[in-house]
Design a protein around this ligand. Structure first.
Ligand code: AMP
Ligand code: MG
Length: 340
């Protein structure tokens, strides 16, 4: 793909985003005093609306945290902590921050709880397909088989040490030199939760966070009418720039969607999207056009949106992630909406 084509893709994304905002924020516009503010982070458009607490200083603090999270976790940045672990795979562990250590542990644990559908060690397959880059192509079957054999999260290891001054040191490494970590399926959810922590610390009353479709509606929509819900639109996976296929009325929660329409290419008349089934090594084909997860933890929503997209609507992970109320909305390929 040429540079021009990449530029066009980003431009189309921005346009789609503003259309989506018109739908989403339009419903909230009566309360708005300043903002919303948008920036391009995590390879997508991120928008935050702080309503009456929307000072320049608050926005700056939030966007600087978002950029820091991207700098820490992005595999597209060679100096990120995840890239450093990957570059040292099969050789040595590297010192990481506690947040990297903790999120990686959550992801490896989620691999077990989702029977392998969510896999944080899928980097070799994701790099091979290269979807959304100028290298995207259908790989040879032998290449897929080979990459698939280097995707075991059990090869990620963790070491916790205490230095001479009693300070904790966190180390992380990969045993297999060809295994690579990719947290693209969780990092926006993690980031949304981190922003919610900041909102609580700064006593911000209400906010809407939208990190490329990972949404968090925070606080009461209307302080004077506490029963009033937030309305969040679920994109139509068959026509993402049209009206939402469904609107959900919610109290404070995160709403995260994984969909085949987000990033894909077409080859030989067949669509290849960006969510890989670790069992086949191919983009998942579970009969789902999109799946939306609603819960108080955006990190959990993000993990589950990817996992359910791979596993399909016959699957139920709710008991495996007890503690949070979880709602799942599938849009099947034939348009049927299944909720559980
Ligand atoms: P999401 O849009 O949240 O479903 O995340 C998709 C992104 O997660 C992809 O672009 C990859 O970076 C990564 N990914 C793809 N397949 C998987 C999988 N089965 N488990 C974990 N991460 C994945
Ligand atoms: Mg996800």
């Amino acid at each position: 793909m040429t540079v021009m084509k990449i530029y066009e893709k980003k431009f189309v994304k921005w346009i789609s985003f503003f259309l989506a905002c018109g739908i989403f924020f339009g419903a909230c516009s009566t309360d708005k005093k300043t903002g919303p503010v948008s920036d391009y982070i995590f390879g997508t458009v991120c928008t935050v609306n702080l309503f009456e607490d929307g000072t320049k200083e608050n926005y700056e603090k939030i966007f600087s945290r978002l950029r820091k999270i991207d700098d820490t976790f992005s595999v597209k940045k060679s100096t990120s902590q995840i890239s450093l672990i990957n570059q040292n795979a099969g050789r040595q562990s590297v010192t990481v921050s506690q947040e990297v250590f903790d999120l990686l542990k959550i992801c490896v644990d989620a691999y077990g709880r989702t029977d392998g559908s969510f896999n944080p060690a899928l980097g070799s397959l994701i790099n091979l397909w290269a979807i959304g880059t100028d290298r995207e192509k259908v790989p040879a079957a032998s290449e897929i088989e080979n990459a698939k054999s280097h995707c075991n999260p059990k090869d990620i290891f963790f070491v916790e040490e205490t230095d001479a001054e009693g300070k904790k040191i966190f180390l992380c490494g990969i045993n297999d030199p060809l295994t690579q970590i990719d947290l693209g399926g969780v990092v926006k959810g993690y980031a949304a939760d981190e922003i919610v922590k900041m909102l609580k610390n700064y006593s911000i009353k209400k906010a809407v966070i939208n990190l490329g479709g990972n949404v968090y509606v925070f606080g009461k929509k209307n302080e004077n009418a506490p029963e009033e819900k937030w309305n969040v639109g679920i994109k139509n996976p068959f026509d993402p720039n049209s009206e939402p296929i469904k609107i959900v009325a919610l109290d404070e929660s995160s709403v995260v969607t994984s969909g085949a329409y987000e990033r894909f290419f077409i080859s030989g008349g067949k669509k290849y999207h960006h969510i890989i089934d670790p069992k086949t090594g191919f983009p998942s084909e579970s009969g789902i056009a999109s799946v939306t997860i609603i819960s108080r933890s955006s990190c959990l929503c993000d993990i589950l949106s990817t996992a359910y997209f791979v596993a399909g609507n016959d699957c139920n992970y709710k008991e495996k992630f007890s503690g949070e109320e979880i709602k799942v909305i599938f849009i099947l390929n034939d348009g049927e909406i299944v909720e559980n």
